[in-house]
Ligand binder design. Structure first.
Ligand SMILES: Cc1ncc(C[n+]2csc(CCOP(=O)(O)OP(=O)(O)O)c2C)c(N)n1
Ligand SMILES: [Mg+2]
Length: 667
């Protein structure tokens, strides 16, 4: 065990030791006046860097991003009451993106609970609403409770754990602490701290398949048969597939079957590959391929990655995931078949069976390029302003190829996500499940701490930057090489384009007054530049890349193109056939083959004889969707993370190779 500091109270020493044992090198947070200072002290004594943040949610987002990029547990320390309450949004982000974070929070000691009401909340109940587990550390079996907190965060399904620090000792504790020490009652995650397996949650090769060997064999046969019968299969790659990047590249590259990626999965196939077909989000950008498909196979797709929208494609859907959700209600993909096979087996089936198909060469690339073209056509800008598409294109051209990008929630995201080309996974980071604003800047701080060789670009709206503005000071203090590109349009554009002309509050509901983010950044010691042309933006980015510290590039963006961008991404305009791709509708069938279904249950697709089929679909979509639909918040989920956050097999630590004078080492 690593020494966790001399003289620290047992709880603080134990939680720091558990984190240090797991390899964590940095703790983020905002201490209050209580025992959490002991945690910070123990952390620094044990060699963990401490990064002070301006908000607790920013600290947790940084910790979650650290976990995402390193595979190590993230750590954040907050005070009790307002500290934990303020951390909730960050914890929710870690929960829905399946990231292992330990949030260490002070509590009103159980010994004082009857006397103290100030700042006393039911922190266990608050925590349970968002975290996977709430553990009390310091009262009883302290070292074990601390180790449990870290282990539970990493155990599939991976997620955030709250460690409530309570140093009430047995002599002044009149409560029955055994019943509260590990609160693991959240949703269907029904194991307690004593019967959880020890597998590392960041290793996605572990999964829950294979218990029913007969079922698995049947399901492998179903997949193989479906692939043999398919003329136009489409693959959907989700976050869970990142861990299998190498095998997927071998299985798909050069075979011409298009593969769509969820936001977080971008880069599994590099965008340079002909099969890389762009995004699948639940919008309509993916419609040209999915409407023409006769089989859709999802690998590692987490339903939290999909926006709330109808799924009305005719092709059968086969899903393979490491941790399928337990559900009682309707599924996101109606009628989909979840196969009980491990991802590697499904990838092998693809590798063996996908040579014959009816897609034209480069179908994926054609679809992706066409989607990009539509966005470009949709974007317009007045003189002196840039269109959102111009911002992304110019930034991509002038930032180094291996730049790490973080993206906030907002209309700008609709331009950045499809247009920023990714060569590897985890180079394009976004809050996917929660889709929270205020993500890009804190995530960029963590990404720059994890790797100071690469430039980090944070794309954010002005609304999102306003929420996290003070973290510019954090980046200045740490000397981090971040370019914050703010799409300054003075409004909540994503909301404005959904606002009805009457009855939704008008401009007052969405418009801000003018703000110079460049001047605000300068006031915090950052370099800054306001730009309104491509040339100015290119020059500002090149300068940012050469600077040891953050640069805020305040871009005058014309939001006029956003409604059309929205329509191309999620509305009717996305549902247009693409030249060079087959028209939507069932393809010509392959010559008859063996029809025997290896499983008793229904085969993935009921195939009617050709004459019974409807004539090939016209330009009209199978079912009318409403134009840009109101984006509801992600559905409420009471369950804990049903699937672990699968991640790439990586070196356990990706730490900065060169140290900067100003930058704190996190080694
Ligand atoms: C914390 C949080 N609050 C509210 C929302 C809902 N929401 C999503 S995008 C958006 C507007 C974002 O505005 P801005 O940051 O200026 O980006 P823009 O849409 O203008 O590009 C809002 C309010 C959210 N996703 N997260
Ligand atoms: Mg805005």
């Amino acid at each position: 065990m690593i020494d966790s500091g001399q003289g620290a109270p047992a709880g603080a020493a134990a939680i720091v030791a558990a984190l240090a044992d797991a390899g964590t090198k940095v703790m983020f947070g905002l201490p209050g006046g209580g025992p959490n200072l002991d945690v910070v002290g123990a952390a620094t004594a044990a060699g963990l860097a401490f990064v002070l943040t301006h908000t607790e949610t920013a600290a947790v987002i940084m910790a979650a991003t650290y976990a995402d990029l390193t595979g190590l547990p993230g750590a954040a320390v907050v005070t009790r009451g307002p500290g934990l309450a303020s951390a909730v949004n960050g914890i929710a982000h870690a929960a829905l993106d399946r990231l292992p974070v330990v949030v260490i929070a002070d509590t009103v000691r159980s010994a004082d609970a009857n006397r103290i009401s100030h700042q006393r909340l039911d922190q266990a109940a608050l925590g349970r609403a968002v975290a996977k587990t709430v553990v009390t550390v310091g009262r009883h079996q302290t070292a074990k409770a601390a180790a449990d907190a870290v282990r539970l965060a990493l155990t599939p399904p991976v997620g955030p754990v709250i460690a409530l620090m309570d140093d009430t000792d047995d002599s002044d504790d009149s409560h029955d602490h055994d019943s509260h020490d590990v609160d693991d009652s959240h949703g269907s995650h029904d194991h307690d701290s004593h019967d959880v397996d020890d597998s590392h949650g960041t290793d996605d090769t572990d999964d829950s398949h294979g218990s029913n060997v007969g079922q698995s064999q049947q399901d492998e046969a179903v997949l193989a048969q479906a692939l043999r019968a398919s003329r136009r299969p489409v693959i959907m790659l989700g976050t869970g597939a990142i861990a299998h990047k190498a095998a997927i590249r071998v299985a798909l590259t050069g075979h011409g079957i298009p593969a769509l990626h969820t936001y977080r999965a971008r880069g599994i196939l590099p965008d340079s590959a002909a099969e890389a077909a762009g995004l699948v989000t639940g919008g309509t950008m993916e419609w040209p391929l999915l409407a023409a498909a006769d089989l859709i196979i999802g690998l590692g797709v987490d339903e939290a990655e999909m926006i709330p929208a109808a799924w009305d494609y005719a092709a059968p859907v086969l899903l393979v995931t490491a941790h399928p959700p337990a559900r009682s209600g309707p599924a996101y993909f109606p009628g989909a078949t979840t196969l009980d096979i491990p991802l590697p087996a499904a990838i092998s089936a693809l590798a063996e069976n996908n040579r014959e198909h009816g897609w034209p060469p480069d179908a994926g690339r054609t679809a992706r390029r066409h989607a990009a073209l539509r966005l470009k056509e949709a974007a317009t800008a007045r003189p002196g302003f840039l269109s959102p598409v111009q911002v992304v294109k110019t930034a991509r051209q002038h930032a180094p190829p291996d730049t790490v990008v973080t993206v906030d929630a907002g209309a700008h995201m609709l331009a950045v996500m499809p247009l920023w080309e990714a060569a590897e996974p985890r180079r394009l980071l976004i809050s996917s499940g929660l889709a929270t604003m205020g993500f890009a800047l804190p995530a960029a701080v963590a990404a720059a701490l994890c790797d100071d060789e690469r430039l980090v670009v944070a794309f954010t709206g002005d609304g999102g930057l306003g929420m996290t503005l003070a973290e510019i000071e954090t980046a200045v203090r740490l000397g981090l090489r971040i370019a914050v590109v703010v799409f300054n349009d003075g409004t909540l554009s994503l909301i404005k384009i959904k606002q009805r002309p009457a009855g939704h509050g008008g401009a007052e509901a969405v418009d801000f007054g003018p703000v110079s983010y460049a001047r605000a950044a300068e006031a915090m010691g950052a370099a800054a530049k306001a730009v309104g042309t491509e040339t100015e933006l290119a020059a500002a980015l090149r300068k940012a890349d050469g600077r040891d510290g953050p640069t805020v590039i305040d871009v005058r963006v014309d939001p006029a193109g956003y409604p059309a961008i929205m329509d191309a991404s999620r509305g009717q305009a996305g549902r247009q056939p693409v030249p060079g791709l087959p028209r939507p509708g069932p393809p010509e069938r392959k010559p008859p083959r063996e029809r025997k279904d290896p499983r008793e249950r229904k085969p993935p697709r009921e195939r009617k004889p050709p004459r019974e089929r409807k004539p090939p679909r016209e330009r009209k979509p199978p079912r009318e969707r409403k134009p840009p639909r109101e984006r509801k918040p992600p559905r409420e989920r009471n369950d804990p993370r049903e699937r672990k956050d699968p991640r790439e097999q990586r070196q356990p630590q990706r730490q900065p190779q060169r140290q900067k004078q100003k930058q704190r080492s996190i080694q």
